[in-house]
Design a protein around this ligand. Structure first.
Ligand SMILES: Cc1cc2nc3c(=O)[nH]c(=O)nc-3n(C[C@H](O)[C@H](O)[C@H](O)COP(=O)(O)OP(=O)(O)OC[C@H]3O[C@@H](n4cnc5c(N)ncnc54)[C@H](O)[C@@H]3O)c2cc1C
Length: 471
């Protein structure tokens, strides 16, 4: 019997004398969280409202799984650290390894990035495959129980609301009665539409300050069969990323080979230039991208799915790290804490970085009622530090579109745009610059590396004389 069936309609028994942690949400962030909590708690319950599919299939609670998910290299590193051999497992299940220098064609704001024999490789697969592989790995960890069909309706707390003591849940359908589950630590990883602000207010806490930057971006995606013997003209490309070009050219697209011999194609429109959700509109939108490479690949390929759209893409950061008073034993992470414009492909990797912060704190403070639970606010503050750079990267780029609401403005942002433009232009010509730029974008290097004198001198030369050869 699966854990899901076992718990239909009744709560799981607690392990006698155990310390228990509860994770709300069985998405990528919740699953990674469970992995690290498994090192510190005798029992870890992952509570997910969806019933999990048996295979690598889409589920309604994670509709973003219909759309291209690129795993940045820092995220890949951390996942491999948490689940050794995971990359191999993904490849065995059909994920593809793409040499970034040679096989990934990127049309930047300033033309195609230079093709070169770099060392970096991307793994390409769908989000449901990643979730499924991680779920399988978690079943090997004795402490962790993943429970589907279990909706969390709220938090429970001590009489003064100082300490979160567990959650209120309903198993199965809404006719089932509500149960309380106790835990020494509760982690909210319930995604973009997290109800933590409302739950906190029930316990007598303020609503969080929220930063929102909305570039009004929409996705539309479809799967295609990769035609046999397909090769892109005049290149070794196996995957494509075609960017728009601010301020006017709002359309972009991504084509990735994924498991099942398929291309996963996502079209992107910014500033409300949403890609259409119908078949002919999809292909027509693809034809109007800045390069025809993606359109030429799919125009005669066999579609394997319908066309699916998604528009809940704004950057939203709930500043829980700024609270003066925060409930003990409660942490919020993943998209529930900060969801980023998906076009920069940072969400899973930022969640991975956050989970490592949690792990670090748990290692430093043995989690007991009097000590560990009070650490939650410090963790929340450190999570905020992790988010700063990806937030800055995403929102600074979103600020290039005049229609973006809430974007940073002012001289610093404009100077950043000019400087980054110069670096991107250099990356279209010089493999070393391209390599470093990729390492920063993939969160392997801090962003200040882009200001290394070797790059800065060339970038400033270009800024002072855009027509110069910048050698
Ligand atoms: C269109 C799109 C494309 C994206 N592309 C990329 C990309 O290329 N690269 C990348 O790294 N990231 C990408 N992301 C972001 C990425 O999907 C997330 O950042 C990442 O998966 C972490 O999400 P999460 O686990 O925090 O939340 P989610 O994946 O949303 O998971 C939250 C889970 O909580 C469950 N849940 C919600 N409420 C309750 C409740 N009350 N009780 C129980 N369960 C509940 C939900 O059913 C869901 O399963 C993209 C996002 C979108 C929307």
């Amino acid at each position: 019997m699966s854990q899901q069936d076992e718990y239909q309609g009744k709560p799981p028994p607690s392990v006698p004398g155990s310390s228990r942690a509860i994770v709300i949400g069985g998405g990528i962030a919740g699953l990674m969280t469970a992995r690290v909590l498994g090192n510190h708690f005798k029992q870890v319950l992952v509570l997910e409202r969806d019933n999990f599919p048996d295979g690598p299939n889409l589920r309604s609670g994670a509709p973003q799984g219909r759309h291209v998910h690129l795993l940045l290299l820092r995220g890949k590193q951390i996942l491999e650290q948490l689940f050794p051999g995971l990359s191999r497992e993904l490849i065995d299940n059909g994920a593809r390894l793409i040499k970034m220098g040679e096989e990934l064609g990127v049309l930047t704001y300033y033309g195609w990035r230079v093709q070169h024999a770099g060392k970096l490789s991307l793994l390409t697969f769908t989000q449901p495959l990643l979730e499924w592989c991680i779920r399988k790995r978690l079943t090997e960890i004795e402490a962790v129980e993943i429970i589907g069909g279990c909706r969390v309706n709220g938090l429970t707390a001590d009489a003064k609301g100082v300490r979160v003591t567990g959650v209120r849940v309903r198993f199965g359908n809404t006719r089932q009665r509500e149960h309380q589950l106790c835990g020494e630590l509760v982690v909210d990883a319930s995604g973009r539409f997290s109800r933590t602000p409302e739950w906190l207010s029930t316990l007598g806490y303020n609503s969080p300050e929220v930063s929102v930057v909305d570039p009004f971006l929409g996705y539309t995606s479809r799967f295609y069969e990769i035609p046999s013997n397909f090769s892109m003209p005049r290149s070794k490309w196996k995957a494509l990323v075609l960017l728009g070009k601010p301020p006017d050219y709002t359309r972009g697209g991504v084509l990735l080979p994924v498991e099942g011999g398929r291309w996963h194609v996502t079209l992107v429109g910014t500033a409300k230039d949403y890609p259409p959700n119908d078949e002919s509109g999809f292909i027509e939108f693809a034809r109007t991208l800045r390069s025809r490479a993606l359109y030429d690949a799919i125009k005669t390929a066999r579609p394997l799915s319908g066309v699916a759209g998604y528009r809940s893409t704004k950057n939203r950061w709930r500043h829980y790290g700024s609270y003066q008073r925060w409930p003990r034993g409660f942490i919020v992470l993943g998209d529930a804490l900060c969801s980023l414009n998906p076009v920069y492909a940072q969400g899973m990797s930022v969640a991975a970085l956050e989970v490592m912060v949690l792990d670090k704190w748990l290692r430093e403070y043995e989690w007991d009622q009097d000590n560990g639970a009070g650490v939650a606010l410090h963790v929340q503050k450190e999570l905020a530090k992790i988010i700063e750079t990806p937030w800055l990267m995403a929102t600074t780029d979103d600020a290039r579109w005049p229609a973006t609401e809430g974007a940073p403005t002012g001289l610093t942002t404009q100077m950043m745009h000019h400087y980054l433009d110069a670096v991107i232009a250099l990356a279209t010509r010089y493999p070393k610059v391209d390599d470093l730029f990729a390492r920063v974008v993939h969160l392997l290097e801090p962003e200040y590396m882009l200001f290394h004198p070797r790059i800065a001198l060339r970038a400033f030369a270009r800024l002072l004389n855009p027509l110069s050869s910048v050698r």
